[in-house]
Design a protein around this ligand. Structure first.
Ligand code: ATP
Length: 314
C-alpha cells in the first residue's frame, strides 16, 4: 500500500521555450503540472510509496498526465472522464525572471473530482494524506472530496498534511481564508508561505504566524520564506533554517519539493532537524531547473547537495 496518498488536478502544461509574448512563439514545450502530483513524484524519487488520485479527460493530454506520473513510480488512480477535458496550463516567459500563467481548467475533468473518487481504504492504509488549498477551489464536489479524504484519514489515525497553496486565479482571499481555516484545524502538518498564512491568521513575522496556525490544531507548522529559508514550529519547539545558497532559475516548485522531502523524512521517523534539512535541500534543488517537478532530487542527490562541506553538485 502507498505510504503517502494525495489527490488533486494535474494539467497538461504548455510552456513557452523562450522569453517573449506567447503569440510570437512558434512552438510550446509540452509537459504536465500539478502541485499534488509534484509532491507525489518527489516522495517517490526519495524512495517512499506514493499514490495520486484524480480525474483526467479521455484525451491525449490526460494520457500524457497519467503516463508521466506513472513513469515516476507513483501509483495512479485517475478516473477517465469521457465528457470533460483534461485541464491546461499555459506558461509565458515575459522576462528572464517573470513568468505569467494562464489556466484553461474550469469545467475540466479534475474539477469534477467528488467523494466517490476517494478510495477510502487507500487513505486509511497510508501513513500520510496530503491535500492542498488548490483542490477545494476547483468546485464544490472537489472540496467535498478533500473533506471526505481528510475525515477518512483522521478516522484511521493517518496524519493529514496540508499545503495552503493559495491560487488567486481560482478564488478570492476571503473565501479561501474561511475554507483553509477549516482545513488547518483538521491537519497535523501544515505548510504555508507568510502571505498564505495571513489568509488564515495574523502575526508580525513568520514565527508568530506559525504559532497562530499551531493554535488551530496542527502539531507541525512550516512557514516558508523562499530564499530566506523556513521557520518551523514542531511539537512546540521553534526552528529557523536558512535556505541553501544556489543559483535560482525558476522558483516554482520549491514548495512542493520542500514538502515532499519533509514528509518523506517524517514517514521514515527522522528527527525534526533532519526533516527540515532534507526539505531545505530539496527546495534548493527545485529552483535550479526550469520545470516544476523535473528537478526533484533522488535520495543520493539529496546527500550530494546536503553535504555541509561542499554545496556544489558536480
Ligand atoms: P512555490 O514557488 O513552489 O509555490 P513556495 O512559495 O510554496 O514555492 P518557497 O518559500 O518559495 O515556497 O520555497 C520553499 C523552500 O524551498 C524554502 O523554504 C527554501 O528552503 C527553498 N527555496 C526556495 N527558494 C529558494 C532559493 N531561491 N534558493 C534556495 N532555496 C530556496
Amino acid at each position: 500500500a502507498a505510504e503517502l496518498v494525495t489527490l488533486g488536478e494535474t494539467m497538461a502544461l504548455l510552456a513557452a521555450p523562450r522569453v517573449g509574448l506567447l503569440r510570437h512563439m512558434h512552438s510550446l514545450d509540452l509537459s504536465v503540472a500539478g502541485a499534488e502530483s509534484n509532491l507525489a513524484i518527489g516522495v517517490s524519487r526519495l524512495g517512499r510509496r506514493a499514490a495520486w488520485l484524480s480525474r483526467v479527460g479521455d484525451d491525449e493530454f490526460g494520457r500524457l498526465v497519467t503516463a508521466t506520473i506513472r513513469a515516476e513510480g507513483v501509483a495512479v488512480y485517475a478516473a477517465v472522464d469521457g465528457t470533460a477535458p483534461t485541464g491546461l496550463m499555459v506558461k509565458e516567459r515575459r522576462t528572464d525572471t517573470a513568468t505569467r500563467v494562464q489556466y484553461y481548467r474550469s469545467g475540466s475533468a479534475a474539477s469534477r473530482l467528488s467523494p466517490s473518487d476517494v478510495d477510502e481504504s487507500l487513505v486509511r492504509a497510508a501513513r500520510v494524506l496530503h491535500v492542498t488549498g488548490i483542490t477545494p477551489a476547483l468546485s464544490g464536489t472537489a472540496r467535498d472530496a478533500v473533506h471526505a479524504a481528510v475525515e477518512a484519514a483522521r478516522g484511521a489515525g493517518v496524519a493529514v498534511s496540508l499545503d495552503l497553496n493559495y491560487r488567486a486565479a481560482l478564488w478570492d482571499a476571503a473565501t479561501a481564508g474561511a475554507e483553509l481555516r477549516e482545513l488547518v484545524a483538521r491537519a497535523d502538518i501544515v505548510f504555508a508561505t507568510g502571505p498564505e498564512a495571513r489568509l488564515v491568521v495574523s502575526g508580525d513575522d513568520e514565527a508568530a504566524l506559525a504559532a497562530e496556525l499551531a493554535k488551530l490544531g496542527p502539531r507541525q507548522v512550516l512557514v516558508k520564506r523562499g530564499s530566506r529559508g523556513v521557520v518551523g514550529l514542531l511539537d512546540g519547539t521553534g526552528y529557523d533554517l536558512p535556505a541553501k545558497p544556489v543559483r535560482a532559475v525558476d522558483p516554482v516548485g520549491a514548495g512542493d519539493a520542500f514538502a515532499s522531502a519533509y514528509l518523506t523524512e517524517w514517514i521514515g521517523g527522522t528527527a525534526p532537524e533532519g526533516c527540515l534539512h532534507a526539505a531545505t535541500v530539496a527546495g534548493a534543488f527545485a529552483v535550479t531547473v526550469p520545470g516544476d517537478w523535473e528537478g526533484l532530487p533522488s535520495r543520493a542527490e539529496l546527500d550530494l547537495l546536503g553535504a555541509d562541506s561542499d554545496d556544489d553538485v558536480q
